[in-house]
Write a protein that binds this ligand. Structure first.
Ligand SMILES: [Zn+2]
Length: 720
């Protein structure tokens, strides 16, 4: 790794002139990587930093168009400010600063410069800290590589340059020189030379995708009894496992963290040199063996790949390779365990070596296991090592801690017991801070501290070089007064009137299509990276701010939020308003772009209802919303509503809740809502679109009557 780091660093800093005098191959390598990252001819200036008047960056959402011509003016701009979970920072605005933002640029660069001059860490950690600092400070500075539109950040352009430089480094100086010539002629539309076409179509890098399947069943297939205690821990464990597997792949391929395009929600994407191809099968088979040992056939890592040529990185061409890699991922999922070859059968089919004994069944996940023990002394309920660690080692500490320490050491065989043993087998140790200090149980090569929100007071790690990474996570669990997670029974007690929970699932409509077609001829690797970064910033970050508002405070249990979807549980009366707010906020976040919208579905459950069934119910209702033409809808009371129509209900929602509360008559109100729903649907069917029909005024009248009755009852009670 050590000899590769300078290449990654030079790529990240993208400083051609610095290295030019030292080594011709090196400078041509960075120049070529930078051209492939941009996917088009550079403008006259190398980047915006050298521009006469520094400018702001255009929101990537403004560049998407599915049906109409892409937007040509009235762009939305990101502010020039260090990245933070603040509305004034992550929401783009119409107004563009007219004056040059020189001073702002300088202060951002000063912050970056402060990181660059820190040299006490080892090279690998230094690179990761630099990457983090670049994200924080240059996520909003346009790379200004393209002629006209400033929509790719220096951060995205430079990290992809670094990744490509690592891929190209195994080529000879001569090959790099020739390819650089061919790419330059191609971008400039100058006459081609003999052999240019063949060179451009020759693979230069491997696009690798990893996807952990079985995630949904793994999280949700648990008994309802201990659900609130372990659900969040299970979900966070999958985030940790994705990281452990990704870091294991990077370690085995000898690649730095700059080669990762995106990771989260059980999957990751990275760029690797072509030579990685011969090792990938072996690496995947090692991962399968570890997952089999610790999770049986419940969790499986599928790996897909696609070779990308220089031509493939040219703008407009990349989505085809993205699709190709995903097709290969799907093939891998269908042919699972083929990578284990000869010893496949003995591994996969020798799993249930001790079945049938009631004592050995975990009452949370239902798995038969040797290591179960009673949940409490004298209790008949037993939990397995894994479930115990989800509840006690992760579930209990996670809601209280903003930080988590990850230590990295040589992977080693571990016995199947706790979640931490599984992670350790991939070379990752996990430790929560105590009194703002992190101390791992064994010595580690290096450490990474994750902060799950914006941080100031980072914990220290003793004796190990450490990277400090902000990893936004919606880490919300309602707590009771004794500092423990509320049970779902306790949580539903917070609902008005009817004591029920609302289970909410939401995801972005047609996002796959947007990724493959939305950028049209402008699609490049850097732009797709920017799009996935912006999307996850909303679901992994901003969603937390929405749920933290006073009316939802300590009421929302975030089971999962990441990528482009979410799953939360809360008192039923809070959930429709929350769903509406998320949809509205997403519309604003994506600059009210007509191609970006989100659908949701809510199911009612009781606190003892099985979680997997609740997950299924909410998904079914979400599907119902998605079946509505144009999607952009919410499934509620077994009926899909366009968000605009749903507002009609939500206006009366507080009134409804107060009536339910006063009359203690949830059945009556539910009945009324169901009837109104049917009437509304009838109204809609008659002339194709919704009109203001009797269902509205009848509803209003009946609600009014109920309110009167409720008030009278209340007064009688007071008088009596
Ligand atoms: Zn278990």
């Amino acid at each position: 790794m050590e000899k590769r780091i300078p290449i990654a660093l030079a790529g990240l800093l993208n400083n051609v002139r610095e290295v030019a005098e030292q080594d011709e191959k090196f400078s041509e390598l960075i120049a070529l990587a930078s051209k492939l990252s941009a996917g088009e001819q550079a403008s006259q200036t190398k980047n915006a930093l050298e521009n006469q008047s520094p400018q702001q960056m255009i929101s990537i959402f403004d560049r998407i168009s599915m049906n109409e011509e892409p937007r040509q003016n009235n762009f939305h701009y990101l502010p020039l400010a260090p990245l933070a979970l603040d509305k004034s920072i992550i929401f783009a605005k119409v107004a563009e600063f007219k004056k040059p933002q020189t001073a702002t640029y300088e202060s951002l660069l000063e912050e970056l410069g402060n990181t660059i001059i820190q040299t006490k860490d080892d090279d690998v950690t230094y690179l990761e800290n630099l990457l983090v600092a670049m994200q924080r400070t240059t996520w909003c500075i346009p790379a200004a590589y393209s002629h006209s539109q400033l929509d790719v950040s220096l951060y995205d352009h430079n990290r992809m340059t670094s990744a490509l430089a690592m891929c190209l480094a195994e080529k000879t100086a001569e090959e790099i020189g020739k390819l650089l010539g061919a790419v330059t002629r191609n971008y400039q539309n100058t006459p081609k030379e003999n052999g240019d076409d063949a060179l451009l179509k020759k693979p230069v890098a491997l696009l690798v995708g990893g996807d952990i399947s079985g995630v949904q069943d793994f999280i949700y297939t648990i008994s309802s009894k201990q659900a609130a205690k372990t659900l969040r821990g299970r979900s966070f464990y999958l985030q940790l496992l994705t990281e452990a597997v990704l870091r294991y792949v990077l370690r085995e391929l000898d690649l730095p963290v700059t080669n990762v395009i995106y990771s989260g929600g059980g999957h990751f994407y990275l760029l690797a040199p072509l030579s990685a191809k011969e090792n990938l099968d072996k690496i995947q088979s090692e991962i399968s063996k570890k997952l089999l040992k610790h999770h049986g056939i419940g969790l499986y890592l599928a790996v897909g790949q696609a070779e990308v040529s220089a031509w493939g990185f040219q703008k407009g061409n990349f989505p085809d390779y993205w699709k190709q890699m995903h097709a290969d991922l799907n093939r891998a999922k269908r042919q699972r365990y083929t990578e284990l070859k000869g010893d496949m059968h003995s591994k996969v089919f020798a799993l249930n070596e001790h079945g049938g004994n009631q004592d050995a069944t975990c009452s949370i996940c239902g798995r038969e296991s040797k290591d179960t023990e009673p949940i409490k002394t004298g209790s008949d309920d037993r939990h397995c090592g894994l479930c115990k660690s989800f509840a006690e080692n992760i579930g209990k500490d996670l809601p209280k801690s903003q930080f988590v320490g990850l230590g990295f050491a040589t992977p080693k065989e571990t016995e199947r017991k706790s979640a931490f043993d599984a992670l350790r087998s991939f070379g990752m140790l996990v430790k929560w801070p105590e009194k703002n200090k992190i101390q791992f149980d064994e010595s580690v090569e290096r450490a990474v501290v994750w902060s799950l929100d914006d941080a100031e007071n980072w914990p220290s790690v003793k004796g190990t070089s450490t990277a400090y990474v902000t990893r936004y996570t919606v880490n919300l669990i309602p707590m009771n007064s004794s500092g423990y997670p509320k049970t779902f029974d306790e949580l539903q007690g917070k609902a008005h009137g009817m004591k029920r929970l609302g289970v909410l699932r939401m995801d972005v409509d047609d996002l796959g299509n947007i990724f493959s077609k939305g950028l049209g001829k402008e699609a490049t690797l850097a732009r797709l990276s920017a799009l996935s970064f912006q999307m996850s910033l909303f679901f992994e970050g901003w969603l937390k701010r929405i749920c933290e508002q006073a009316e939802y405070k300590n009421l929302i249990y975030a089971v999962y939020a990441g990528g482009d979807d979410l799953f939360v549980i809360g008192p039923w009366d809070k959930i429709p308003g929350l769903a509406q707010e998320i949809s509205d906020s997403f519309a604003e976040y994506t600059n009210y772009h007509p191609d970006f919208h989100i659908s949701g579905g809510m199911a009612f459950i009781g606190g003892k209802y099985p979680v997997y069934q609740a997950a299924d119910d909410a998904e079914g209702i979400l599907d119902m919303a998605k079946d509505l033409s144009g999607k952009n809808a919410f499934g509620f009371l077994e009926q899909p509503w366009k968000w605009d129509d749903f507002i009609q209900i939500s206006y009366g929602f507080e009134l409804i809740c107060s009536i339910v509360d006063e009359l203690d008559g949830p059945k009556a109100i539910m009945q009324l809502l169901r009837e109104l729903t049917v009437e509304k649907a009838n109204c809609q069917r008659k002339d194709g679109r919704l009109k203001y029909g009797p269902w509205m005024w009848q509803g209003t009248y009946r609600i009014y009557r109920m309110e009167k009755r409720a008030k009278r009852k209340h007064q009688d009670e007071l008088a009596g």
